[in-house]
Design a protein. Structure first.
Length: 250
């Protein structure tokens, strides 16, 4: 569902009303080397989180690299994930949390992003799931549209269009509520509307049993390769809602 930006900001303020944050994963890439892959173990708190990159380090060109682009984030580095000539099984990037507690009832995944794709580009899938790829909530960016996975059919996921994406920076927040097996997503776009999914059932209940929630990115094209890239920064997974100032587009 689309809303005007002012309404979306009010919704986010309510949605993020919890005070403080218990980090499960956090990476801003500022301590990483520009032009290289990010550190697989992000520095600082929390301890035990991990960045998973499925393509080999010898891949040329490097599909996952740290960059510094002032337009995107004038406060430091970002991560660029590009669709290059690697097999589909070598295109996964995962931001894996440290283990959550058995009593954890909800958690949040959030990040800033900017998509650069053409009409011929592969779709970009982003989902929050278990550490074994099982999705709870899943988005697809394709042909100017933002699609929400709503179930599964004979040929994979079934999608519902929930809005269109702009060329500016967007901020995404996913919230999972374990007792009710539901999730909600809010997308705030820098030069566009705010998109809200409302409360939805998780795609796989079994994914809720996993103790390491993981945010995945994947260019899904089945052919050799397409084009396009995704810049991301300030990636986090937390047991509590993040501070509102961490979420706003720059």
């Amino acid at each position: 569902m689309k809303t005007q930006r002012s309404i979306g900001f009010l919704f986010l303020t309510i949605f993020l009303s919890a005070c403080g944050s218990t980090p499960l994963f956090r990476a801003n890439f500022d301590s990483d080397t520009i032009g290289a892959r990010p550190n697989s173990s992000p520095p600082g708190d929390p301890v035990g989180d991990w960045i998973y990159i499925s393509n080999p380090e010898s891949a040329v060109p490097n599909p996952v690299e740290v960059v510094n682009i002032d337009e995107f984030d004038n406060r430091g580095n970002s991560l660029r994930y590009s669709n290059v000539n690697t097999p589909v099984w070598n295109r996964y990037v995962g931001f894996m949390s440290r283990e959550i507690g058995l009593r954890t009832t909800e958690y949040f995944a959030f990040w800033n992003g900017r998509l650069d794709v053409s009409s011929s580009s592969s779709a970009l899938d982003i989902w929050l799931g278990s550490s074994h790829f099982l999705p709870m909530a899943s988005l697809r960016f394709e042909d100017g549209q933002i699609l929400l996975a709503i179930g599964f059919g004979e040929f994979g996921k079934k999608y519902e269009a929930i809005g269109s994406y702009t060329t500016g920076i967007h901020t995404v927040l996913m919230r999972v509520d374990k007792p009710s097996a539901t999730y909600a997503i809010v997308i705030v776009q820098q030069r566009g509307e705010t998109i809200e999914t409302g409360t939805r059932p998780v795609l796989y209940r079994d994914a809720l049993r996993n103790l390491r929630p993981t945010l995945y990115m994947w260019f899904s094209e089945e052919g050799v390769h397409g084009s396009g890239s995704y810049l991301t920064d300030n990636v986090g997974i937390s047991e509590r809602a993040p501070d509102i100032s961490e979420m706003m587009p720059r």
